[in-house]
Design a protein around this ligand. Structure first.
Ligand code: HEC
Length: 434
């Protein structure tokens, strides 16, 4: 992208978060051993760039949508995952409003943002070494499309306490006015699978059925103040958006409720994976340095290192097993085919079960253990972290750990998850083998 354009976008972003000093200059992940900005990424976007450069794939822009359809196809991101967000909370704020929402799409390892008449597509990719890596793709036709890695201006918002202090994903819920401007006096929150439905989806369109459970989606606040009792009857169980937006301007008319719920789970797990990865490498690096300084034998583990691995590992295990997940009180049904497409991608065991099977009656998944345990990001964790996580999971699933935290997992749940993992996870530790 041209520098002038990027500066304009960056100026807007700075204005929006009210931050003058670039905080990323201080971040620990910019120092050894992570060297976030300096390291060469290796993820679906860098791989696609290689294939484009070698002429193995081509991407052609189309009217209005630019490179979006070609990019989704090249990365195998399902159109059914489309979600629409209308709060001016991200990069291209001048393009976003309740009449012209931003569209998001995702699969297990890439997320894509599109704005009508936007200058760029915004992309984040799960990178087994660098956690989340950000890119833009210029929407103007180019001889050879080129992804630009973005190491600073995206991190303005995508690296903070809201993303576990690592470069990561964001999902927010807040109140917006008819122009899409957030009304911060009404509060705002980060959303993941723990967030009660009644607090979710402020600033988002939501299509689907959810019975009597209430949420804040599809809601625009008239006036400057958020009323104490928010009235959103019009926003519930909405099945189409035709009277609110020009749906033809998008690849699909949906902002699917199931896609939203899966995204919120996935974003949390990805952030915890990044945190677990960085913390372990940083702690082991510190260990090695201390051992050299103190003349200790190589590989001696400091107590503080064990504690750091344990703490980041426990947080990851909790996210993987959906500890604290908000309970559903009525069935959830999306409007797009997302649920079907998502579940179809699962690796099944001998009984036809997979970690992608959705429940959507009482909870999100039938077998509450994240499918991201099968991802390259999980596989790319340092050995010390993987070992810790597998050991914890083993204790919990075998029923040796019966702490309150995991009480949402019945004996049957534990058994099911154990069996599915045994049948579908290729590299389990030895004691997992039946
Ligand atoms: C001003 C803050 C801000 C900046 C700057 C920003 N984002 Fe975001 N981004 C958000 C928020 C908030 C969300 C959650 C959805 C929403 O509110 O639009 C988000 C969501 C996303 C998503 C969807 C996946 C996810 O993490 O939830 C992608 C992809 C994304 N941003 C890419 C980028 C890229 C690439 C850049 C830099 C070129 C960037 N963003 C810069 C605030 C920002």
């Amino acid at each position: 992208m041209r520098v002038s354009k990027m500066l304009r976008l960056l100026g807007l972003a700075l204005l929006l978060v009210g931050r003058q000093v670039p905080a990323w200059a201080e971040d620990e992940f910019e120092r050894a051993p992570i060297l976030y900005s300096q390291s060469t990424p290796e993820n679906p976007i860098s791989q696609l760039q290689d294939r484009l450069d070698r002429g193995e794939v081509a991407m052609e822009p189309v009217a209005d949508l630019g490179y979006l359809p070609a990019l989704l196809r090249a990365l195998e991101v399902p159109v059914e995952s489309q979600m629409l967000v209308f709060s001016k909370t991200s990069l291209q704020i001048q393009r976003i409003s309740p009449r012209t929402p931003r569209a998001l799409y995702f699969n297990d390892d890439v997320y894509i943002g599109f704005c009508q008449s936007g200058e760029v597509l915004e992309i984040s990719a799960a990178d087994p070494k660098l956690g989340t890596v950000f890119y833009t793709l210029d929407q103007e036709r180019a001889e050879k499309p080129k992804f630009t890695r973005q190491v600073d201006n995206c991190l303005l918002c995508h690296s903070s306490s809201r993303t576990e202090a690592v470069p990561g994903h964001l999902v927010r819920s807040l109140f917006v006015d008819p122009g899409g401007q957030p009304i911060y006096s009404g509060g705002s929150r980060i959303v993941d699978h723990k967030t009660p439905l009644e607090d979710r989806w402020g600033g988002w369109y939501v299509t689907g059925r959810h019975g009597a459970q209430k949420h804040l989606g599809n809601l625009v606040i008239q006036g400057k103040e958020v009323p104490r009792q928010v009235e959103n009857a019009q926003g519930q169980n909405l099945l189409q958006l035709d009277d609110r937006i020009r749906t033809q301007a998008y690849l699909s008319p949906h902002s699917d409720i199931v896609a939203l719920m899966v995204l919120e789970h996935q974003a949390l797990v990805h952030n915890r994976l990044t945190k677990a990865n960085f913390v372990t490498r940083q702690a082991l690096d510190y260990d090695a340095m201390m051992n050299r300084t103190l003349g200790n034998p190589e590989g001696k583990r400091l107590d503080s290192t064990n504690r750091r691995i344990q703490s980041a590992g426990d947080e990851l295990v909790e996210a993987l097993l959906l500890v604290g997940e908000a309970k559903l009180t009525a069935p959830i049904r999306g409007t797009s085919e997302f649920a079907r497409v998502f579940a179809a991608g699962g690796t099944k065991d001998g009984q036809g079960r997979s970690l992608r099977d959705l429940d959507l009656e009482r909870r999100l998944f039938k077998y509450p253990c994240s499918y991201l345990i099968m991802s390259k990001s999980f596989d790319g964790l340092p050995g010390e972290m993987k070992e810790y996580v597998w050991r914890r999971l083993w204790k919990i699933l075998k029923g040796e750990d019966r702490s309150e935290k995991f009480a949402h997992l019945s004996d049957q749940d534990r058994q099911n998850i154990l069996e599915i993992l045994r049948a579908t996870q290729p590299d389990l530790p030895a004691e997992w083998k039946p």
